[in-house]
Design a protein around this ligand. Structure first.
Ligand code: ADP
Ligand code: MG
Length: 546
């Protein structure tokens, strides 16, 4: 039957006209449905000769990743089909939270004997579902990538991450979801450590609208540093990045899921949630922290700088990799048994409003890389869009050339660290030097989660411009430390009034360990041991979020 304007939607409404049609179920032609599509919902009502049945399903288009139309396999059958794919937030069994569950709604259209007409109708419905669900996202947020079919994404998978399951998780969950969203992508399987870093350093980024990292946090660390090592880093680091949890340390995935406003999930539910966000393609700014290492080199970090208990657990727990994300719990218990004190000096620049204003400069840069032209679902730059997304090709090229020229004189690449003196010189007088020199741990974190079940900096957001500094002074008992880690699962550890715990927001910090040997980690990866210092660069990178 020909879709027509629905009876209930003739008034003044900013949402698009309601489409209405009556179709049959895909597997059973005797089951008929009345289907309405409003600006916000797909409403499916089963038509039946029996007395009124409660059989109406209302699906929110915000939860829809895509829709497609196709002919049937039987060429003599003139019918066409359209299917819409939803990942609905449903209450989890035996828990108070929700998680996304896949729901497919498919219909058979056979109003006429002309297969072309039926297919056109099916395509019209599929297109309308796609456009309206994209519009839902735009209405809410404004900054969305171009429609999925026009995006070119590269997915980098570390087959060794976590329990070695990243590739099979890609095959079992991700591939299908991206197909449903009509999102073309290329898959790159890393062969060794630093493979991705080298690749990204030399890659032609104009070929890609986004880089998706399917691994733990370690592979994203490689990618970010590869981008920052390029002469055109300023442009390169604005390439939208995304994370799919495939490792054992999936801190950023857990953080992104948390920022999207959803209740905590783990494992495959977390993967589905992050995959869903990628289909939606909302891009946000993400802070990066520049970290100076003892040798004078610099790395860029999106997650954490750790020393003491946390760094030791991170590295020692590598051997429990086979238990997946639980490796940190096991590692924590083992390390608690041999709790020790770490000597060193810690100093920092506290976050004040004045300092914060200075940190705002990176916010002024365009959200988008100039080389990639993004469009909004209405195919022009909408009211909240940024000017750069409307750049003509010429000005793009001029800017790229300018960037390259400017950066050719800069070694190493990356933004200057205006807050940090050289490592061998004293910290400025407006810094705080922590009087204690004995610690159990020092953790600088700039995302909400340190692991899937460690809600370490509940206040942290993706681009707040803060390093959330947490340190625990020596003298804490094993029981008290265990209590802190247990409380961290719910994010209540900062309010337990533990006298040994200090939490403060800073813009820069320096750590000078005094023991001759030890472990320092950046984003969970071991770096050179010795004096290090760090400064946050607000909103330097781009991340696909919710
Ligand atoms: P996990 O959370 O399981 O530790 P990561 O993404 O952190 O997963 O990866 C662990 C380490 O593996 C990182 O140091 C990363 O650089 C490295 N790596 C990336 N690709 C490969 C590969 N193909 N083989 C071995 N190691 C790799
Ligand atoms: Mg890791």
């Amino acid at each position: 039957m020909e879709p027509k304007r629905g009876p209930q939607d003739r008034g003044v409404d900013t949402s698009p006209v309601t489409l209405y049609g009556e179709f049959t179920a895909i597997g059973n032609r005797k089951v008929r449905y009345a289907v309405s599509l409003t600006g916000k919902e797909l409403i499916v009502q089963r038509l039946s000769s029996a007395p009124v049945q409660r059989n109406k399903v209302v699906l929110n288009l915000k939860d829809c990743v895509g829709s497609r139309a196709h002919r049937g396999e039987d060429n003599s059958d003139p019918a066409a089909y359209f299917t819409a794919y939803f990942y609905l937030l449903r209450k989890r069994w035996m828990s108070s939270g929700t998680s996304r569950q896949r729901v497919e709604q498919g219909f058979r259209l056979a109003a006429l004997q002309d297969p072309r007409y039926n297919l056109e109708e099916a395509e019209k419905w599929a297109r309308a579902v796609r456009e309206r669900s994209a519009r839902q996202q735009n209405l809410r947020d404004g900054l969305v990538m171009s429609e999925p079919s026009r995006r070119r994404m590269m997915i980098l998978v570390n087959p060794q991450s976590g329990r070695g399951q990243a590739l099979s998780l890609y095959n079992s969950h991700v591939q299908k979801m991206l197909q449903e969203a009509g999102l073309p992508h290329s898959l790159l399987i890393t062969e060794r450590q630093n493979h991705a870093r080298e690749l990204v350093r030399d890659m032609d980024l104009t070929q890609w609208d986004g880089l998706v990292i399917m691994s733990g946090d370690g592979l994203l660390f490689e990618v970010i540093n590869g981008l920052m090592e390029r002469p055109d880093w300023e442009e390169a680091i604005r390439t939208p990045l995304a994370i799919l949890p495939g490792g054992s340390g999936n801190a950023l995935a857990a953080s992104v899921h948390h920022y999207s406003g959803s209740t905590p999930v783990s494992s495959e539910e977390l993967l589905i949630s992050c995959g869903f966000l990628i289909c939606k393609g909302l891009v946000s700014r993400m802070d990066l922290v520049s970290i100076h290492l003892p040798s004078g080199s610099r790395v860029f970090s999106f997650l954490s700088l750790a020393w003491g208990f946390v760094a030791d657990v991170d590295i020692e727990s590598e051997k429990y990799r086979h238990v997946g994300a639980a490796r940190f719990t096991v590692g924590t218990l083992v390390r608690l048994a041999s709790l020790r004190v770490y000597r060193g000096r810690l100093s920092y620049l506290p976050a004040t409003l004045d300092n914060h204003k200075d940190q705002n400069h990176t916010q002024k840069t365009s959200l988008w890389p100039a080389s990639n032209l993004y469009s909004f679902s209405n195919d022009n730059c909408g009211p909240i869009s940024e000017q750069n997304s409307c750049h003509s090709n010429n000005s793009v090229k001029v800017r790229q050339r300018e960037n390259l020229q400017r950066n050719a004189n800069l070694t190493p690449p990356g933004p200057p660290d205006s807050l940090l003196p050289p490592l061998d010189q004293p910290v400025p007088s407006n810094w705080v030097v922590v009087p204690q020199e004995e610690f159990v741990l020092m953790l600088a974190i700039y995302q909400s989660h340190l692991a899937e079940d460690l809600f370490t900096a509940p206040d942290s957001t993706l681009d707040d411009g803060f390093i959330h500094l947490i340190y625990v002074k020596a003298g804490i008992s094993r029981a008290a430390l265990l209590k802190l880690f247990l409380a961290m699962e719910k994010g209540t550890h900062l309010t337990t009034n533990c006298p040994h715990l200090v939490y403060t927001k800073v813009h820069a910090l320096r750590l000078e360990p005094q023991s001759p040997k030890g472990i320092i980690t950046v984003d969970g990866e071991v770096v050179e041991y010795g004096p290090v210092q760090a400064e946050v660069h607000r909103g330097l990178a781009r991340l696909i979020t919710g």
